[in-house]
Write a protein that binds this ligand. Sequence first.
Ligand code: GAL
Length: 969
Amino acid sequence: MTYLTQYGPGPGALPPRAHVVSDAPRISLAGQWRFRLSSGVPADADCADPGFDDSDWELLPVPSTWHSHGHGLPAYTNETYPFPIDPPNVPDENPTGDHRLRFTVPDTWAGTPAVLRFDGVDSCGRIWLNGRELGVCLGSRLPTEFDVTPHLLPGEENVLVVRVHQWSSGSYLEDQDQWWLSGIFRDVALIARPADGVPDFFVHADYDHLTGEGVLRVDCDAEVTVAVPALGLSGAAPNRPHHVGVVEPWSAESPHLYDGTVSAAGETVPVRIGFRTVRVTDGVLTVNGRRVLFRGVNRHEFHPELGRVVPLDVAREELALMKRHNINAVRTSHYPPHPAVLDLCDELGLWVVDECDIETHGFWISGAEVMGDDNPADDPRWGDAFLDRMVRMVERDKNHPSVIMWSLGNESGLGRNHTLMADWARSRDPDRLLHYEGDAECRLTDVRSRMYPTVEEVELIARKEDEPLDDPERDARRSKMPLVLCEYAHAMGNGPGGLRAYQDVFEHYPQAQGGFVWEWLDHGISHPRYGYAYGGDFGEEVHHGNFCCDGLVFPDRTPSPGLTEVAKVFAPVTVSGAADGRQIIVVNRHDVLSLDHLVFTWSLEEEGLPAARGTLTVPRLMPGDRADLDLPDLPVTTGESWLTVRARLAADNLWAKAGHEVAWGQCRIGPFAAPQDPPGAVPATAAPRSPGATTRRTEADDVRLGPAAFDARTGTLLRIGELPVSKARLGVWRAPTDNDLGRGAGTPLAERWYAAGLNRMRHRLLDMSVGDDHLFVRTRIAAAGQRAALVADYLWRERGAALALEIRVEPEGALGVPLPRVGLELTLPDGLDEVEWFGRGPGEAYADSREAARVGRFTRTVDQLQTPYVRPQENGNRTDTRWAELRGGDGHGLRVTGEPFFDFAVRRWDAEALDNARHLPDLRSDGSVHLSLDAAHTGLGSAACGPGPAPDLLLIARPTQLLLEFKPL
Ligand code: GAL
């Protein structure tokens, strides 16, 4: 099977050209094909014979990945190849899907040259038309065209046969972190190529920001004509510049496109032209003379039911969803997307880093810093294959204004084959920049790219205080480059934490030009038992578990709290209160737009209830401008009052309706004792108190304090009003998040927690005393085998119809590890389904992921308070809560008031059950309601693949107190 194991590109393909949809006849071959899966490469190719009887084969839709239709099992690995590293050989067990289609071509095609175009076949396809072999597709996410003119039978039945192999030499270059899925997963079309048609062309549309004028040049090797009616251009010649006067430039914020055509006698091709000029000026990446700040995401092409097939309407909606969350850039990790996605990016306005379909990560020697010597990137035998992939990407996508950088691929080390790619791309398209994160010294690139640096590292680079390169010349060159984080803020599970800190650096240093959150989407596969399956769920020999579920949206593309946080941190307008509480500060953080497209409103809430509202007049602010505005006339309020300012779209656009909220900000109004922006940290206190005198006992062996009853022997809370309570005691455990479990910052926090036994703490009563109006209980909390402990003092007091609690916690000995959280947990009866609170919300929030939570009054059911992370883990925390009420259907329940604030979470299972669950269906109600009321949580960080929480957000065990009041409802 030489074609499977040859290094170079597949034989038989035509030279690549731009993806266009012209008026030349075109027949989509999408539909139901006949399909047969073999576990290895079949010995013969009988099925290529048009007369072959395939009537007993199954039907399979094309485009599809066959694993998504019940044929074979998907496998997930991050960097490890799921086959021996033995390049360019592939295993004998090489699942092979034969696909057959009969189709007719109208008579009118007779005499017309035609091509067969495959937009994506994973990983290798051998192709026959009417029994004649056309060639081989290699390069899964790249198009291949074959000339079918001599073989096509117009007016008759044609038989197309595609033999797709899961593994090929190409698989060595496609080791991206994703599911291994095979098939003809993008469109297949028969396209007429009239002899007098339009050959390939290259649109260059520059914008001069000083004059506002555009220059259009369409390069083409034929006598085509170019027309752009809106510019008064018709019959324009190719290959020379046309000065078209003042134009509206293209940018992600204002994606103005001019519709035009490129025509020849026998064909007209519509084009959408965006004028823009990309430059690095004084170390800053500019488009049209303006600095660009990437508020980006990495986007893979994945669908939970359809595998690599992402229907166009789904893609459109997901890009619109990005826009609605203030995302302005996409890195097409780690391969060129479906070609229509770039049309959408042009239209909706997203900066694109178009990445080549190359990753050889599995050649990384385990534990080492570098790729192995056999890495294809530096092996000349792979040179043509590398270059071929770059050429095919650039040629396919060269006419998209949204694409402003080409990326040489991902995680493939650095080698001579990258030089081939870069040299070619630079000469073919000098108007775009080159990116490649693997080129740490920036020998080949125009931008410096990093993944997962700490905020401190980003700042050092931005200040030019980072470790210089040995070669001073190269160092000087690199330090004049824009810095882009091609990946940061790993959004796996609950997180990322710490987005704000990065954004502050990006907003401060011009050369730190933002980045791309890893990643947009969780790659969970819909599964009847697991809900969403991840690595290992299909019995893979090697896999990387749920590392594929690291997106800002869940597999069905519903937003996770991470996306809400992104929307707030990326907001192109910031609104905040001045320190004196008398003014509102509005800053325009757009790259291009003024705020004229937004309408500002304000609302005042007192104790979370509406008190007044109005519109806010904001003067014209250009990008970077700031206005300090006087507060509107507000009614006098006495309770805690917050002014919320919202910036909404004034009119519909392509990605949102008028009224869509782009940005918001809050400021606290009036005199207040509490800080404007409570830090959510634990107040330290004096030493634990000594118990008071014992005086009172009740007849029934219960201790009664106001509405509450306690076990007289153990001091355990039994009831508040009618509400039975159990296990009311100190809790420190949280079901580790993926970030807690992550190695990005060294030994995972969670590993240290388990070692310290924080998930199996035992409570021992040390002391107890009862006074007239109080109960004092002291316990020691420690894990088996451990000396270190926490000592908790609970001072319960009668306070009229309420019960007050003061908990003080103090470490005894060194725990040696930060606590996951610290607070009181209570188990309450089932049926308390509704929760209302005044504090930050409505979404979950943690110490380093709380920008998106505003202060207000919210109501949610217990079920709504859970966040369905694909792998269950800590979630649902609400922070800075002033009070919370849990109510049953009859309105009875419990009110908890903080002095001043607390965090809370309510669940139908406890933290241990959450920790033990592997998939969402594992979580089942245990018949009670578990409430945690916390002084604080350790931050989230991004250690699943990156830095951990900032040091000050690690909850170091120290004297801590929490003040609460309970009232039965
Ligand atoms: C990066 C890689 C991505 C992904 C990420 C972790 O190293 O480029 O493809 O694996 O780490 O989720």
